[in-house]
Ligand binder design. Structure first.
Ligand SMILES: [Zn+2]
Length: 406
């Protein structure tokens, strides 16, 4: 069984919109009140509140405030849990010596929604009869809301989140399901670059490049114009400013949606054709942290192609299909600096796009990296190095371990 998220767009009527907005405001107030409690108790009595303490306090609040008594108890706990998680990650960053941001009070705009823990407790999903398309969602206190969307694999609803984004309402449902996915028999090494989204090299000695989708560039231009327009409108109350902010948010979500679609499609293709996928272990931080203003544009390019999201999607699809997934320890292998033919290491700057080596190897920099990644992975899976590598944590096979690689 595997958990999958499906997001449906909700189409509430006018009255339901009012109710949803009320609920959102109540959850926001609970979040902020709980945060205030934690701060006050720490400041005045030097005590820390735990999630369990706050759940107890919630019961008292629900007795005192009628509006809260009408809300689903579990969903309020989920809101408290979110605050608790915000604190946990804050303390984790403090411990690690990073720059921590203290959990903030949330404005209504920044408050994205609320969640439910158990199907049937406060919410129920009624998927449409045709291919599980569309359907209805019942939320206690609101009633039946029409929804549109489609689950790719049928499954049992587990938890859900009600989301409010750029004036629209959504429900994101976690389904436990058994997705079926077929795979191929080739082995492939991946390298993501800046100019090209992805360069691959496979065991049939084929090299392919996948372009960055064009809309990213055009959207960036549009984003910049809108951002400047917001910056010029200094009166925070002005309607035109609010309107511009709204279209900016719309563009952002449009872009994110299209990019995710693109990632889904490319990842599905790769899994369908291969039985082994080798990638570099990814650290976005390493890619974006250093570098001053000169690198800002570049960082944006890297982030706009969102390798982390793609990496995640590809990995979960590989898992579903039960193929071999190998993450290469970049620090040890150094794919961009190693020659795929003679294995000599030589430093390259970011602007060097061509790999040429005294040994005679000559190809695109990204192709060389993909070849090194694949080569390393294949050496790891042949023979007993497999177990060793696994124990060092730089290697992971999924579900099935024996797979025909041609
Ligand atoms: Zn060489």
């Amino acid at each position: 069984m595997k958990n999958r998220k499906v997001t449906y767009r909700l189409y509430p009527n006018k009255k339901q919109v009012e109710h949803l907005a009320e609920m959102l405001a109540l959850h926001q107030r609970v979040y902020n009140a709980a945060l205030e409690e934690r701060i006050r108790l720490y400041r005045d009595e030097n005590k820390s509140l735990s999630f369990a303490d706050q759940c107890k306090a919630l019961t008292t609040w629900r007795h005192t405030y009628k509006e809260l008594a009408n809300l689903n108890a579990q969903s309020l706990q989920v809101t408290l849990k979110r605050l608790d998680l915000a604190f946990q990650s804050f303390f984790r960053r403090v411990k690690k010596g990073d720059k921590p941001g203290f959990p903030r009070f949330k404005s209504l705009q920044r408050h994205r929604g609320w969640g439910y823990k158990t199907h049937g407790d406060g919410w129920r999903l009624f998927p449409g009869e045709k291919n599980d398309k569309h359907g209805q969602l019942r939320i206690s206190g609101i009633g039946m809301i029409t929804m549109r969307g489609r689950a790719r694999s049928l499954g049992e609803p587990k938890t859900c989140e009600i989301l409010h984004r750029s004036g629209k309402w959504y429900v994101s449902v976690t389904l436990a399901c058994n997705p079926e996915r077929t795979s191929g028999t080739k082995a492939i090494g991946l390298d993501w670059g800046i100019e090209k989204f992805l360069t691959t090299h496979d065991s049939k000695q084929e090299t392919k490049q996948i372009e960055n989708p064009r809309y990213v560039k055009s959207a960036l231009k549009q984003l910049k114009l809108l951002q400047q327009s917001v910056a010029r409108k200094t009166n925070k109350q002005s309607c035109r400013r609010k309107k511009t902010i709204k279209s900016l948010a719309k563009l952002h979500s449009q872009l994110a949606r299209r990019r995710k679609d693109f990632h889904h499609q490319e990842a599905a293709k790769l899994v369908k054709e291969n039985g082994l996928i080798a990638v570099e272990a990814l650290s976005i931080r390493a890619m974006t942290q250093s570098g001053g203003s000169r690198k800002k544009g570049l960082n944006r390019e890297i982030l706009s192609t969102a390798p982390a999201q793609f990496h995640q999607l590809l990995k979960s699809k590989a898992e579903e299909a039960g193929i071999i997934w190998i993450e290469i320890p970049t620090q040890i292998v150094k794919p961009s600096q190693t020659c795929y033919q003679c294995k000599t290491q030589k430093k390259k700057t970011l602007s060097e796009r061509w790999h040429s080596c005294p040994c005679g190897a000559s190809c695109l920099r990204d192709e060389n990296s993909a070849r090194v990644v694949l080569d390393y992975a294949l050496r790891k899976v042949s023979g007993q190095e497999l177990a060793e590598a696994g124990s060092r944590g730089c290697f992971a096979t999924l579900n099935r371990e024996t797979h025909a690689i041609s």
